[in-house]
Design a protein around this ligand. Structure first.
Ligand code: HEC
Ligand code: HEC
Length: 307
């Protein structure tokens, strides 16, 4: 699959070089560029960029910002990331875009708050980042100034984020594990670099970093103060009873093993994200979830009482 896509990509470049030589008239966008936009749309859905950067509640325009995100450190507002040159990111170079996602650093050299989950996006391949940028830059620009964050003292000082990053952030592309199958590595890449399951499903330490010893084990202090379930394969407190098909079905339709519908933030993840993936990618994510170490962690108070 990857090889086939790479082949199309190279063929596209070859075509563009050939077409450019004999002084062309008005040209359509080269095939490789259209391909990049298409692939970028897929990455965009999987990574859930729309959710935080669109004020869906007020029917705000796509990616023009304004969505409130509640955290223990204050309320943050997703900024405008449309290609508007003044209020959006229209003047950004490829390098600016990659630096933001890979390193959490703005074109002016400021650190970003980790509510922007670059802690996960850092694992994306450079190719996926550039395709994503091509897609975002193909969308309509919207002029809409950013709403300032309401950050609690002392977190308003961005330089403090340098200390936070030193503690909790390791930049770098996802490294496939050569011992594991290509499918399992694909699932891990999707879950870690794109859909960023852990940003919601893993509890945080007092300083706000992910508690890696409790990876995917759920938390009562999730984003927007929500309770997030344990999705490790623990039989009693996690989703050990779900088989691969149950997980794939939930990621496609939002319907859980017990027939209930997934709500709140997960409804968005399914609607904008996992329901739009290929069946093969959903299966890869399910395989990855099944491969995790089970962790005994009861987060849902209702389940504690069997009566
Ligand atoms: C969980 C919410 C969330 C998700 C998901 C998210 N972002 Fe953001 N993003 C933010 C917030 C909040 C900021 C502002 C951070 C700051 O001010 O330090 C931000 C900042 C940015 C910036 C910098 C904008 C600027 O003007 O400096 C870019 C670019 C960006 N995000 C792109 C993306 C892309 C691309 C995706 C999908 C791969 C994405 N974001 C997904 C919340 C999110
Ligand atoms: C933006 C936050 C967020 C992200 C990202 C996220 N989830 Fe969730 N997830 C939730 C919330 C909140 C719930 C609980 C929904 C409910 O109670 O209806 C949930 C529920 C679930 C459930 C149902 C568990 C149960 O016992 O009912 C599964 C399975 C699940 N998520 C898998 C995933 C996977 C796999 C990913 C990544 C591919 C992911 N989630 C990414 C927030 C998130």
């Amino acid at each position: 699959m990857r090889l086939a896509r790479a082949g199309i990509f190279c063929a596209g470049i070859g075509f563009a070089a050939f077409a450019a030589s004999p002084a062309p008239a008005v040209e359509p966008a080269p095939a490789s560029e259209n391909q990049a936009v298409k692939r970028g749309a897929y990455i965009f859905d999987a990574a859930g960029c729309k959710a935080c950067h669109t004020d869906t509640k007020k029917k705000g325009p796509l990616l023009a910002g304004g969505r409130a995100l509640g955290t223990p450190f204050g309320t943050f507002y997703g900024p405008n990331i449309t290609p508007d040159p003044v209020t959006g990111i229209g003047r950004w170079s490829d390098g600016d875009f990659i630096r933001a996602l890979r390193s959490g650093i703005s074109p002016d050299g400021d650190h970003y708050y980790p509510v922007f989950p670059y802690t996960s996006f850092t694992k994306m391949t450079g190719r996926d980042m550039l395709d994503l940028k091509a897609y975002i830059f193909s969308l309509p620009p919207v002029k809409k100034p950013n709403r300032p964050h309401e950050v609690k003292f002392p977190f308003g000082f961005r330089f403090l984020l340098g200390f936070w990053k030193a503690l909790h952030f390791t930049p770098g592309t996802f490294k496939p594990d050569p011992v594991k199958s290509a499918e399992l590595n694909r699932g891990a890449y999707l879950a870690k670099a794109l859909v960023h399951c852990a940003e919601c499903h893993t509890p945080r330490t007092v300083t706000g970093g992910l508690d890696v010893s409790m990876s995917m084990a759920g938390t009562v202090d999730g984003p927007d103060g929500e309770t997030i379930p344990n999705i490790t394969p623990d039989a009693a407190t996690g989703i050990g009873e779900w088989d691969l098909g149950d997980i794939e079905f939930a990621l496609e339709t939002g319907i859980k093993l017990d027939g209930d519908v997934l709500g709140s933030l997960m409804a968005e993840v399914v609607e904008n994200g996992t329901s739009r993936l290929t069946a093969a990618d959903r299966r890869a994510i399910a395989l990855y979830l099944k491969s995790l170490a089970p962790i005994d962690n009861q987060v849902d108070a209702e389940d504690e009482d069997p009566n």
